[in-house]
Design a protein around this ligand. Structure first.
Ligand SMILES: [Zn+2]
Ligand SMILES: [Zn+2]
Length: 327
């Protein structure tokens, strides 16, 4: 097979699948034709390509594109999964902290965010890998809430459906609106603080919680729990967390802002919300045991005020359980 006419480099933090779209447009063809020529009999756009592709397909792509396979692999979300949740196998349906695309045929249900001002400022507009992460809700540079829909027709962001004659990733494939003109709003500073902290933990391999150094894996697991990803209401130890109806990986940026604010408070050792007034069930220490993840819409249960040392003891026990791995 011949290499592509035009070599397209992967830009800093560029997302694998959207690099592929950019590469297709540079060759003058639409993304479906490019992947059809690369991998006949595989409907590449029906899967989440950013979760990585097998070695054989990656070798073909590297050969045709002239870009090193390791560089392409680094643009997928796999290295991030391996860093934040090493116990999770890539074949698992839901990856912690990664936005789900929920593909149905070639149409998606979510999963890709963007900063309109970053796209507008790019010499070559491109989508960032971090825009697929659930802890990213804002742009640090522009302090804007990330968008995840076309500002004109409200369609999802699906760059792979772009038309060849548009020759840009910045146009909504459904209505033609320029995504760079999407109206922006300011992002919540606390959510952005959590986002920046999580990025630092990802980069450095460890984080702190209640002045204790913990591993990156433990930090993200604890933060996920504090963000309300699981119900943990246990008899006696009173670790009681609520959750919202949707998993974080399916929520919009504005919804995840609230989760990240909860996670920030939790990781700083602050109580969740207002302390609850004493109730019969609190004073008698009788609580329902609910440990399994649930999709029921349970309201957040405010934790009663307790001494810091007791809270820390409970969480250290929880942390020990987490070392066993993800449920
Ligand atoms: Zn930006
Ligand atoms: Zn549109």
């Amino acid at each position: 097979m011949h290499p592509w006419t035009i070599r397209v480099s992967v830009l800093p933090d560029e997302l694998f699948s959207t690099w592929l779209v950019r590469a297709a447009l540079a060759q003058g063809c639409d993304p479906m034709h490019l992947t059809g020529a690369l991998w006949p009999r595989w409907r590449a756009w029906t899967v989440d390509l950013d979760r990585g592709i097998n070695e054989h397909r990656m070798a073909i792509l590297a050969g045709r594109s002239g870009v090193d396979a390791a560089r392409l692999e680094a643009a997928t979300l796999r290295p991030i999964l391996a860093a934040v949740a090493p116990g999770i196998k890539p074949a698992k349906a839901n990856w912690p902290w990664v936005l789900a695309q929920g593909s149905r045929n070639r149409r998606r249900r979510g999963g890709l965010q963007f900063c309109p001002l970053c796209l507008a400022g790019d010499a070559t507009p491109y989508f960032r890998r971090t825009w697929r992460l659930a802890w990213h809700v804002g742009c640090v540079r522009h302090r804007t809430l990330l968008a995840d829909h076309c500002g004109h027709c409200q369609s999802l962001i699906e760059p792979h459906r772009v038309h060849t004659n548009d020759a840009t990733l910045c146009r909504c494939p459904s209505c033609g609106h320029d995504l760079r003109r999407t109206t922006t709003v300011e992002v919540c500073p606390q959510a952005l603080t959590f986002q920046v902290t999580a990025d630092q933990v990802l980069a450095h391999g460890h984080g702190t919680w209640l002045a204790t150094e913990i591993s990156r894996e433990e930090w993200f697991r604890l933060a996920e729990i504090h963000a309300g990803g699981r119900i943990l209401v246990r008899r006696d130890d009173e670790v009681s967390l609520g959750l919202t109806a949707l998993p974080m990986s399916l929520q919009r940026p504005s919804e995840r802002v609230l989760r990240l604010r909860m996670a920030l408070r939790g990781m700083n050792g602050e109580p969740r919300g207002r302390p609850a007034p004493p109730t019969r069930s609190n004073t008698e220490h009788k609580q329902t045991q609910v440990t399994a993840p649930s999709h029921h819409d349970a309201p957040a249960r405010p934790a009663p005020a307790r001494p810091q040392a007791k809270v820390q003891g409970e969480w250290i026990r929880l942390l020990r359980r987490l070392r066993v791995g993800h449920p």
